[in-house]
Design a protein around this ligand. Structure first.
Ligand code: NDP
Length: 246
């Protein structure tokens, strides 16, 4: 892939402290992006990753904020934007808090939607105008197979991810003529601490035709492609990466 084109471009990865997010940060840094590694409760993990990227010859900076807190997110982004426009945003921060619907507590419903859906709004909106002025941008939202097909016990999570699919399609139409693409990457079961607790090897073999969990690096490869120059004609899409689950 062309490293030159991404040189000096800045990419924010929310949840860069987590399993999939850290793989995305490493990969974008290796493509030449200056990566803003975001964390919330694990700032040390983000700092560690920044040091690792720098040691490998890349460029990175850590940032810390809670994406559910609109004013705090706006303030943090304003400070980051002083360093120049952020032309790639990967909305990857997400949580799940599962319960079958009759037993789902209001706090579980709201919290999951707050992080994934309201977090997307809080992070993306302040970045759009500066991105528009550059006439180039990539907005990539990490969603889930559950947002396409549903999943028992995840009405909150699938609602949040499905809403992101719809919001991304609309936003892609609004921004298409300005060189900005908006896409979703919908993973199936990926090997991180989020999935380890939920699926053992037997469950993975049963659910996934490829018979293994995906690797964070495989998701990162797809994100890097969507962030690249050559993916400029892909927009408004939900791209699955799930070993053939659906
Ligand atoms: P992790 O739990 O490893 O990472 C989640 C990340 O989200 C962490 O970096 C965490 O930051 C961040 N985060 C959580 N809450 C907040 C918040 N309120 N504000 C800011 N950041 C927050 O999960 P994964 O890497 O597995 O998941 C990444 C994304 O991929 C999620 O959106 C998830 O829904 C999606 N996904 C994952 C799948 C899987 O099998 N693993 C399958 C399908 C989709 P910190 O730890 O610093 O607080």
């Amino acid at each position: 892939m062309n490293q030159g084109a991404s040189k000096n471009r800045r990419a924010l990865v929310t949840g860069g402290s987590g399993g999939i997010g850290s793989a995305i940060c490493r990969r974008l840094a290796s493509q030449g992006f200056e990566v803003l590694v975001h964390a919330n409760r694990q700032p040390v993990a983000a700092e560690r990753l920044v040091a690792e990227i720098a040691a490998a010859g890349g460029s990175a900076q850590a940032c810390v904020f809670d994406v559910t807190d609109g004013p705090a997110t706006a303030q943090a982004l304003e400070a980051l934007l002083e360093g120049g426009p952020i032309q790639v945003v990967v909305n990857n921060a997400g949580i799940h808090d599962d319960a079958v619907f009759p037993g789902m507590q209001p706090a579980q419903w709201h919290r999951v939607i707050d992080v994934s859906l309201h977090g997307f709004f809080h992070v993306t909106q302040p970045l759009v105008m500066p991105m528009l002025r550059t006439r180039w941008g990539r907005i990539i939202n990490i969603t889930s197979v559950a947002g396409i097909a549903g999943n028992k016990g995840q009405a909150n999570y699938s609602a949040a991810k499905g809403a992101l699919h719809a919001a991304s399609k609309t936003l892609s139409m609004e921004l298409a003529s300005r060189g900005i693409t908006v896409n979703c990457v919908a993973p199936g079961i990926i090997q991180t601490s989020m999935s380890e607790a939920a699926f053992d090897a037997q469950a993975v073999a049963q659910l996934v035709p490829v018979k293994r969990a995906g690797r964070p690096e495989e998701v990162a490869g797809l994100v890097a492609y969507l962030a690249s120059e050559e993916a400029g004609y892909i927009t408004g899409q939900v791209i699955s990466i799930n070993g053939g689950m659906i």
